[in-house]
Design a protein around this ligand. Structure first.
Ligand SMILES: [Fe+2]
Length: 382
């Protein structure tokens, strides 16, 4: 990191306010929008609300977003999407809806017949065309995807994860309305929130950090570490929901510049092998990673710890472990993960290029194994 030389660019216009969704239509410049979401929002009436807000400008609804968007599903959805001839996508939901919108925004501007599977599996090039504009209505607080230029797509047949990426994938508009998150189930609230915590920490111990991104991370963690225990005790607190939504946004702004690092690199095989939700997969190693990175600290981790009320990074690592206990993370993880040996066997797949190499302190396979073992031991996995 250099404090004297850095670049920052994030073009996403964002509105934050309880009830902000009622102004959606005025912010969207489109004539033929298609809503990309899950069936649950149709059942809960939110799809109808958006239809009435948008009127004739909403020409279609794709309501079969999958929890982790897979290449064949996206290609099939892209085929249906083309029949609507959209000029904008509106993603309503959590990270999966936004990842799906980004994948489709990249795909549907390509000539008919091109597929994401062909592109990622077989290396077929895409033509240089700007992605279809898309707008974000997040209903979870965690991914920050509403302000990042990258989305995750999975290939479960080949056990692989890919990214669609590019500055043309920044959202044309994002509306953050915490009222949309109040009914979120507790487990999703917790693992989404931990994803945001992970983003703020991963952006802090990141080679691409700048004074701007570090400032976002401090504020994000102040909000998240205060809000998550409150939400565990009172999931309906609109105030805590609003703070968590802003924590997620700020962490998203930070990783939009730095990307993530080793915790995310470690997480991906755990999601493909055990269906472990992303927010759990990328957060349970954070205390061990805090201690690991403290060994290469140039002052930023100590500063962060002090801003959060701890004397040093070790104190913050201990506080994260205590937070996991409060949020019952070990109980949740035991529902997904097998015994420790099966998890450790994946360690050789956990150094993902483009993520692990962003880490402040260089890590090899033996470091990953040590971080994984320390994390699993502290969570009670044997
Ligand atoms: Fe993440």
């Amino acid at each position: 990191m250099s404090e004297d030389s850095w670049f920052f660019h994030n073009p996403v216009p964002v509105t934050f306010s309880p009830g902000a969704i009622s102004d959606l239509s005025a912010h969207l410049h489109c004539r033929r929008a298609v809503l990309v979401t899950t069936r649950g929002f149709k059942v809960r009436g939110l799809v109808d609300q958006i239809q009435s807000l948008m009127g004739e400008r909403l020409v279609g609804v794709l309501d079969d977003v999958k929890p982790n968007p897979d290449l064949p599903d996206l290609d099939e959805q892209g085929h249906r999407l083309r029949t609507h001839e959209p000029d904008m996508l509106i993603a309503l939901g959590g990270g999966s809806s936004m990842d799906t919108a980004k994948g489709l925004a990249r795909l549907v501007v390509q000539p008919e017949g091109r597929t994401l599977a062909g592109h990622f599996r077989d290396g077929e090039p895409f033509e240089h065309r700007p992605a279809l504009p898309w707008a974000a209505i997040p209903t979870t607080s965690g991914t920050g995807s509403e302000v990042t230029p990258f989305g995750t797509v999975w290939d479960f047949e080949k056990d692989k994860k890919y990214s669609v990426t590019g500055t043309d994938l920044y959202a044309a508009y994002a509306v953050l309305d915490p009222e949309l998150t109040v009914t979120q189930p507790l487990e999703i609230t917790i693992y989404s929130g931990l994803d945001a915590v992970s983003h703020a920490l991963e952006s802090t111990w990141n080679k691409n950090a700048s004074p701007v991104t570090l400032g976002f991370c401090v504020k994000s963690l102040q909000l998240a570490l205060e809000s998550l225990p409150t939400l565990k005790a009172n999931p309906k607190s609109l105030e805590a929901r609003g703070r968590m939504m802003q924590a997620s946004l700020l962490a998203g702004l930070a990783i939009s510049q730095t990307r993530t690092a080793l915790a995310h690199s470690i997480s991906y095989p755990l999601t493909t092998a055990f269906d472990l939700p992303h927010g759990f997969a990328c957060s349970f190693t954070l205390p061990a990673l805090m201690r690991f990175n403290a060994g290469a600290d140039d002052g930023r981790l100590k500063h962060l710890a002090r801003c959060l009320g701890y004397d040093h990074a070790e104190g913050l690592a201990d506080a994260l472990e205590a937070l996991f206990e409060t949020l019952m993370v070990p109980n949740y993880l035991s529902g997904y993960l097998p015994e420790q040996d099966s998890i450790m066997a994946l360690a050789n797949q956990m150094l993902t290029p483009g993520r692990a190499d962003n880490n402040l302190r260089a890590a090899g396979r033996s470091d990953v194994e040590a971080i994984l073992k320390e994390s699993l031991d502290s969570l009670g996995f044997r």
